[in-house]
Design a protein around this ligand. Sequence first.
Ligand SMILES: Nc1nc2c(ncn2[C@@H]2O[C@H](COP(=O)(O)OP(=O)(O)O)[C@@H](O)[C@H]2O)c(=O)[nH]1
Ligand SMILES: [Mg+2]
Length: 327
Amino acid sequence: MFIDYVEIEITAGSGGHGCVAFHTEKFIPKGGPDGGDGGHGGSIIAQADRNLRTLLDFRYRRVYRAENGQPGSGGLKTGRSGEDTILRLPVGTIIRDLSSGQVLFDLDRPDVQFVVARGGKGGHGNAYYKSPTNQSPRKAQEGFPGESRKIALELKLLADVGLVGLPNAGKSTILSAFSQARPKIADYPFTTLTPSLGIVKFREYKSCVMADIPGLIEGASDGKGLGHQFLRHIQRTALIVYVIDINDIDIEETRQVLYKELVSFDRQLAARPTVIVVTKIDTVSESDLKDISRELPDDYIYMSAVTRQGARDFLEAIENKLDQQGA
Ligand SMILES: Nc1nc2c(ncn2[C@@H]2O[C@H](COP(=O)(O)OP(=O)(O)O)[C@@H](O)[C@H]2O)c(=O)[nH]1
Ligand SMILES: [Mg+2]
């Protein structure tokens, strides 16, 4: 199981102070108390967002605050309340209090909200303290501090994108070029027993989870080698990326072999969207690249994970396909 995990610090806004003021008007020198209450501090609210996939953005910013309430003022004016801060989190995120270790909330459905830190109440102005025995109170209440806590965010990662290809096609190199994952490169095909997962960032608030599915070989779908075990991980990915070495003797045939393997493992994979990437283009000349690509369908992507030539096309193709599915 792959868990995305971050710890952050959150502080809700404090309430504004109550105000001490007395009504003044021409010819009425001694008006009654009219200091208003302070506004409430903003809260920090977690909200499940169906468009988010990972906790990546929380790695770059660790401290979150909500706005303070404004103080009250004369004329019984209540201070403005502070704005809430909304933490947008992927569906499936679990929020845990770090000091107690307790789970506070499970954002298990899109759009559910949870107040993680409540804003402080505003203090009462002096008008509040007026009583039969004290017609001119000079006291007002201070605003209350907002809640502050450290929380952990945990998210079980499911891969959106699976890389499949023959051994040594360049899958692990792609994953390590585009994510923080460090899978073993040029390893024996079946030495790792779990696929590596990495988070690939397109831009702020836009990322996906990519899995390197090791060692698909002919016959994997029959349970030969360990291929079978890995194929199970591909069943839940929204997008399958075929990775084919440009030095492959017959790229189109390799694509078909890969396709047949997947479909004979699970017929439903036939309908799964795909991106075909021909990799290691830094190992051939410009003119060879032209000749090879001329023979192949137009939507193939050509890339080098080493020089990053074609990297932008690759990421755009993935992002677009994922968008098309609303994934
Ligand atoms: N020149 C070059 N070599 C690459 C590229 N991608 C992978 N390789 C090499 O190809 C070999 C196999 O790569 P690897 O990522 O382990 O393949 P995998 O078995 O599909 O995961 C390694 O020696 C890599 O260094 C590339 O874009 N350019
Ligand atoms: Mg590999």
